[in-house]
Design a binder for this molecule. Sequence first.
Ligand code: ADP
Length: 465
Amino acid sequence: MNATFQSLILRLALSGLLGALIGLQLGNIWLGLCAALFGATVFFLRDFQRFYTWLSSGAGPEKPLLSTFWSNVRDQVVRIVRQHENEKTQLVADVEFFKDSFQALDSAVLVVDRSGEIDWANAAAEKMLGISLQRDSGEPLQNLLRAPAFLKYFESQKFDEPMLMRSPVDRSRQLEVQATVFREEYTLIFVRDITNYAQLERVRQDFVANVSHEMRTPLTVINGYLELLMDNKKELAEDVHAVLKKMLVQSRRMDDLVNDLLWLSRLESMPQPDRSEQFSLKGMLDGIIEDARVGSPSVTIELRIANDIFRDATVTPEQIQMHGAYEELRAAISNLVQNALKYTSADGHISIECSRYFNDFYLQVKDDGVGIDPVHLPRLTERFYRVDDSRTTDTGGTGLGLAIVKHVLKRHDARLRIRSKPGKGSTFTCVFPIASLSYTPLPASHQAGQATSGLRANGDPTAAI
Ligand code: ADP
């Protein structure tokens, strides 16, 4: 029991005792006691009413005159109110501090609420996007930023990757937009001006493309002469022939390198592939397998296409159409198959498997070859990254194959997943959105009895290795 309450009880007891004594003098102890307690209660209620009125009017600085008990309670309230006010002032100062720091940024920052209306924007948002907090607060962002790429990005609510757009204020400026959802209902949009970086990147791309292009002609000439010289094997001394052979191997490697570099720079500079282009998935894979068998006849290559890729129909592999740039996708999948051949023994086993996993289409290239140490997996798709230089030199690789695959897949909204265990083999999975596929309906008479392989999409197929 605290001191305030103890003193209240003591006062009541004293009042009661005094009343009882006066009652005893007057001949009725109970009447005296009741009268004293009644008086004390009236005083208590009067002070309570004063306290309550003061509290309801906002506990202002004008303090009411109260008994010890109620003045203690009042002082406690004043202390709590002051503490809250201090905390509030500190909080407001903190918010202002963060707002000021966001204001000082060169990058634009916008906060948008659940309904897409602008809640807050910094000064750079006006310079980069033409959005001013004073003028546009509460306006739907989609009404102010009407670039189709931005609208698609914002409405998709998939903010894993940033998107690029031109500044609506100055079309020469290139912007990078990254959105993040916070507190479940707000979206923070961070916009960076990357014009200088984009220019540097363009210079780099042009440089690589020009150098590769310029090297092509001399390399073709060198290759041609070397082949010509080697054709006259009889007239050459054995050691000269051996030297020429080595030179030809190296100049062909350089030729491959130049071709891969040109491929990469074309992929970087080309617009997004035309999704209306479509081709037979099985036709493409059969062609890739045929090419692979020519070079490695003893390796077993198997193709398996699941029959439940489409939910609304059982579809034969021949009916399945893939949407995207045929040349690019063929080159990418072919690269994976060629790698599988390169890093698998002559009597190895390779399988190409197509299946569905939720809303994704998985195209997997599996081998039982040498495998890759997991430490290399995160960097494997970097240009010129090699697990083992001697391995690559033996197989004649350029170190650009997987970088090309990654780029092609990105252009098709797909991604590459790699699982591998040294000595056990590797699985390269191209994960496409299921919308990359469609099927051509068959006449009703064809539909019964079409059997395909039994590969079913009842678990994550990438878990295979
Ligand atoms: P390269 O042209 O050198 O093969 P890639 O970019 O295609 O270049 O591959 C990068 C590296 O990944 C290769 O050097 C190789 O060590 C490794 N690699 C790629 N595919 C496989 C595979 N199926 N099995 C084992 N290692 C592989």
